[in-house]
Structures are given as C-alpha cells and as structure tokens.
Design a protein around this ligand. Structure first.
Ligand code: ADE
Length: 233
C-alpha cells in the first residue's frame, strides 16, 4: 500500500512512523509512506500557504493553490483509491472504515490547519472526509497518524500473529475479552481457572461470553447494533 500524507507540519509525523510495528511495515516495504510538505508547493516568495477568510470570519484558511498543485502532481504519478481530508466534521472513523481502507492500494491523506482548508479543496479534490472523534485538534496530523496505524496493522504480514487483528475489539462490534499472562496468581489476584484448564472449546465459549458481557456493560450502543444486526440476518 502507498500512503501519501500532505501537511504543513511534516515534523509532527516523524515520531509515530519511526517506531515498532509501523516502522517494520515500512522497512519490509509492505507500506510506502511519503510525507509531503504543502509549503513546498507555494508559489509565493514567502512560501505562505494560508490566507484570511473571505467575509471577515476570524482565523486563517489553507489556500487551494499549493494543495491543488501538490495533489495534481501526485495524481499524475499514481491512481488514488481515496483522497481523504481529516476534519472534525467528517465521517466518524471506526474499525469498519479501517478495514475498508486496509485493502486499498493508494491513499492520500490531507491534514488541515487553522480554520481548515478552502471549501473548494473539499468540493473538488477530496473523495472522503474523516474525523477521529468529536473534538477539535490543532491540525489533522495526529488524526492522520491514527488512521495510518489502524489501517496498516490490518495489512497481512504487518502483525507477526496474523490472526490477532481478527480478534481485536470492534471486529464484530464486540469488545475483546480480557487477556492474562504469568504469574497465574499475583498477590492473590488469580487468573480465571478456565484459562488454565487446557480445554480450548470451553475457553472459546468463555471468551465469547466475556466479550458479549463486556460489550453490553461498557458499550451498550455497540451491543444494540449487534442485536439489530442479528434480527435482520
Ligand atoms: N482535525 C482537527 N480535529 C480533527 C478531528 N477530530 N478528526 C480529524 N481531523 C481533525
């Protein structure tokens, strides 16, 4: 998969991709990640990328021209499956969207700033708008990093135990069951006996029951989604 991230603050993205699983996915060439500085596409001698909003609204707006120049250049080199703008008023990101994006070949992520981008970028250049939650960040970079993390770990070969992504919380609209490791008894806090029993069928049943109970208790919204889904099956 090729991922291109368009930003005016590329340094913010140094950290998340230089560690652990994402770093290895890039080293193994399962993912090619390119970070592009929008400022390099400004034609202005001060390399400005933003301007005052028309109509007297407070705050600066990222201008269309440098973004269009950069997107046009990338589109001439690659056929993009999605060109995504990260914005608090986009579609709420979830595991289902991560799954859908994880099978794409080329995706572009545009990070906004200030008052966002000129609306014409959204109207003419973007194919999808995504929010990571109902709160406003200073820019889209951290949101882009979250998307990349959630998507890349689903690509076969990225996680060492490939089945583990399938049993994640949310894959079935269910939260994951609890996990334990040694020691089996720590300060009298014991691991449930069933997990030490060696009976894998019973352990599977126990895990599923824990998932259902946890979802009902902690995420009643997800739980009712499951019930509705079952009723329509
Ligand atoms: N940019 C600023 N806030 C954001 C959010 N909540 N999600 C995605 N991009 C954003």
């Amino acid at each position: 998969m090729n991922i291109d991230i368009l930003t005016i603050l590329p340094d913010i993205l140094d950290g998340p991709f230089s560690q652990s699983i994402l770093k290895r996915a890039i080293e193994k060439k399962i993912v090619t990640l390119k970070i592009h500085n929008i400022r390099n596409y400004s034609t202005n001698k001060h390399r400005t990328v933003d301007d005052y909003a028309f109509g007297g609204e407070a705050g600066m707006v990222l201008a269309i021209e440098p973004i269009d120049r950069l997107i046009s250049k990338l589109k001439a080199e690659n056929q993009y499956d999605e060109i995504i703008y990260l914005t608090p008023d986009g579609e709420r990101f979830n595991q289902q969207i991560a799954n859908q994006l994880s099978v794409k070949e080329n995706i572009m992520l545009l990070c906004g700033h200030y008052k966002g981008v000129d609306q014409r970028v959204r109207d003419h250049l973007i194919t999808k708008e995504i929010s990571i939650g109902d709160y406003v960040l200073t820019g889209g970079e951290l949101a882009a990093a979250i998307l990349v993390d959630a998507i890349v770990r689903l690509i076969p070969g990225v996680l060492s135990d490939e089945t583990s992504a399938l049993t994640d919380s949310f894959q079935d609209n269910l939260l994951a069951p609890p996990s334990y490791t040694r020691p089996a008894d720590y300060k009298g806090w014991k691991v449930p006996d069933i997990l030490l029993s060696g009976n894998h069928d019973e352990i599977d049943v126990w895990r599923m029951k824990q998932s259902v109970e946890r979802t009902e208790k902690l995420r009643p919204d997800l739980f009712s989604k499951n019930i509705k889904k079952k009723q329509t099956e």
